[in-house]
Write a protein that binds this ligand. Structure first.
Ligand code: NAP
Length: 434
C-alpha cells in the first residue's frame, strides 16, 4: 500500500488525490490535511461569494473525500502540530498543496496605514476566513482605491459596489453583508500600472461590472490604444478590451457609484492623516516601454479612505522546506522538492491560472511520485499519524464532522443563501463534534 499525505484541501489537494486514486486505485491510502477544520481552501475562502457556480466544483472534491481510501484531517497545523520531517517518516510521499494564502507586500511608504489591506485579508474578511473575519474595514468614506488589474481586483471592486439585493443567493458572511450595506462609497478607482491591453482580467468577470445595480464602470477613452491594435491580442484578451471600450463609450448614468479604471497609474505611497488612517494614494503616471511600465515623473493623488491591494499572493514557508523567496513559493523542480516531498498548484508554480489549471498539476505530480516511488515501502501512513495525534492530544476534525459543520451552516443560513459560515475555529469544531 502506498501512503500519501497531501497538505492543503483546496483544489490542488483534491485534484492530486483524484489523480492518485486513478493511478493506484485501492492500492493507495491518502490523508488530506488542513489547518482549518473545514475543507476546500480557496473554493471556500477565495472564490467570490456571488460566484456560486464556480464554488459548485466542491461537489466533485466531496466525491473524492467520501472514497474509502481518502481521509480529511482538519484542524491540523503542518509545521506546528506536526512537522514535515515527521510526516516524511509516516508517509511514502508528502505533497504540499498549501496554495498561496499571503499577500505580496506592495513595499510602499505608508502601506501600514489604517484601512489599507491586501486582497488575501480583504477577500478573507468577506468570505469569513477565521484569520481575517475580524478585519473590520471602515467603509464610511466616499472613495476606495483597488490596486491591480487582475481578476481579484475585479472581485473586490464588484463586491464593494453591490447592493444587499445583489448578494441574494450568495454566501457572503453576515458581518460583511451588513458592513457593505452601510457603505458610503461613491467612487472606486481601479489602479493599473500598465494599460488596457495588459490587463489580467477575464472577459466574463469584466463584463459583470457593466450590469451592476447602483454602480457604473468608466474608462477614459484616451487610455485606449487605437482600435486596430486590438487585432494583435489573443481572442480572450480582445474580448476583455471590448468591454473596456464599451465602458469608455457608456452613456451618462445617474447610478450613485462610479468604478473608474485609472490606467498607466503606478502607486508610489499611501498618505495618511494624523490618526494614521489612509486618505489618499500617491500615484505616478507611467508609459509603456515595450510591455514594461516606466514612470514619467508626473505625480498625482487619488483620494482614498480605503485601499485594497490586489497584486498577487505568496505561499507561506514551512520550517524545513526550501523556499523560493523571489517566486513566493516552495523551491522545486517541476514539483519535486526533495526525495518523498513534492508540491503542487500555487505552492508549486505561484498564484496563476484558474481552478481547473490545478487538475493537470495534480496529475503531473502523481506521475512524478509514481516514477520515483513505484509501490509503497511499508510506512505506517494514517495509522501512524493517528497514534501521533493521540499522543499530542490533537483535536482532528474528520470529513463526517465537516459534514456536520456544513449542515449547521446550512441550517443557520439567511433566506435564499446557501449557508452562513462559521467564522470562528472554536465554533466550527463545536458544530463538528456536536
Ligand atoms: P494577477 O492576475 O496576477 O493580477 C495581479 C495584478 O496586480 C496585475 O495587474 C499586476 O500588474 C498588478 N501588480 C502586481 N504588482 C503590482 C505592484 N507592485 N503595483 C501595482 N500593480 C501591481 O493576480 P490576482 O488578481 O491576484 O489573481 C490570481 C489568480 O487567480 C489569477 O490567475 C486570476 O485569474 C485567478 N482568479 C480568477 C478568478 C475568476 O476566474 N473568476 C477570480 C479571482 C482570481 P502587472 O501585470 O503590471 O504585473
Amino acid at each position: 500500500m502506498l501512503t500519501i499525505a497531501i497538505i492543503g484541501s483546496g483544489p490542488a489537494g483534491y485534484y492530486t488525490a483524484e489523480a492518485a486514486q486513478k493511478q493506484w486505485g485501492d492500492a493507495v491510502a491518502i490523508d488530506i490535511f488542513d489547518r482549518l477544520p473545514v475543507p476546500y481552501g480557496l473554493i471556500r475562502s477565495g472564490v467570490a461569494p456571488d460566484h456560486q457556480s464556480i464554488k459548485a466544483v466542491a461537489r466533485r472534491y466531496e466525491a473524492v473525500a467520501l472514497s474509502d481510501n481518502v481521509r480529511f484531517l482538519g484542524n491540523v497545523g503542518v509545521g506546528s502540530d506536526v512537522s514535515i520531517a515527521e510526516l516524511g517518516q509516516l508517509y511514502d510521499a508528502v505533497v504540499l498543496a498549501t496554495g498561496a494564502p499571503h499577500d505580496k507586500p506592495l513595499g510602499l511608504p505608508g502601506e501600514g496605514s489604517a484601512n489599507v489591506f491586501g486582497s488575501a485579508a480583504f477577500v478573507g474578511w468577506y468570505n469569513g476566513h477565521p484569520q481575517f473575519a475580524g478585519l473590520d474595514p471602515d467603509l464610511s468614506g466616499e472613495s476606495a482605491v483597488v490596486i491591480g488589474n487582475g481578476n481579484v481586483a475585479l472581485d473586490v471592486a464588484r463586491i464593494l459596489a453591490k447592493t444587499r439585493g445583489e448578494f441574494a443567493g450568495s454566501d457572503i458572511v453576515g458581518h460583511a453583508l451588513d458592513r457593505l450595506d452601510g457603505s458610503r462609497l461613491k467612487r472606486i478607482t481601479i489602479l493599473g500600472r500598465r494599460g488596457p491591453h495588459q490587463i489580467a482580467m477575464t472577459p466574463k468577470e469584466l463584463g459583470e461590472l457593466g450590469h451592476l445595480e447602483r454602480a457604473v464602470p468608466r474608462v477614459d477613452a484616451g487610455d485606449l490604444p487605437d482600435l486596430q491594435a486590438d487585432a494583435a491580442l489573443d481572442p480572450g484578451q480582445r474580448k476583455s478590451v471590448v468591454h473596456l471600450r464599451a465602458f469608455a463609450s457608456g452613456a451618462a448614468s445617474d447610478k450613485p457609484v462610479e468604478i473608474h479604471f485609472d490606467f498607466f497609474a503606478a502607486p508610489r505611497a499611501m498618505l495618511a492623516d494624523e490618526q494614521g488612517r489612509v486618505t489618499a494614494v500617491e500615484v505616478e503616471r507611467t508609459r509603456l516601454d515595450g510591455s514594461r511600465a516606466v514612470g514619467t515623473g508626473e505625480i498625482y493623488r487619488v483620494p482614498a479612505s480605503l485601499v485594497v491591494a490586489c497584486i498577487g499572493y505568496q505561499t507561506s514557508p514551512i520550517p524545513g522546506v526550501p523556499f523560493d523567496e523571489a517566486g513566493g513559493r516552495f523551491a522545486n523542480d517541476e514539483g519535486r522538492i526533495a526525495p518523498g516531498l513534492y508540491c503542487v498548484g500555487w505552492a508549486r508554480r505561484g498564484p496563476s491560472g484558474t481552478i481547473g489549471t490545478n487538475r493537470p498539476d495534480g496529475f503531473g505530480v502523481v506521475e512524478k511520485i509514481a516514477g520515483d516511488l513505484g509501490a509503497g515501502s511499508g510506512k505506517p501512513g494514517g495509522k501512524g499519524f493517528d497514534r501521533l495525534a493521540a499522543e499530542r492530544g490533537l483535536d482532528v476534525v474528520l470529513f463526517h464532522e465537516w459534514q456536520k459543520i456544513e449542515q449547521a451552516e446550512k441550517d443557520r443560513a439567511r433566506e435564499g443563501a446557501p449557508r452562513e459560515k462559521f467564522v470562528d475555529v472554536g465554533e466550527m469544531i463545536a458544530a463538528g463534534k456536536a
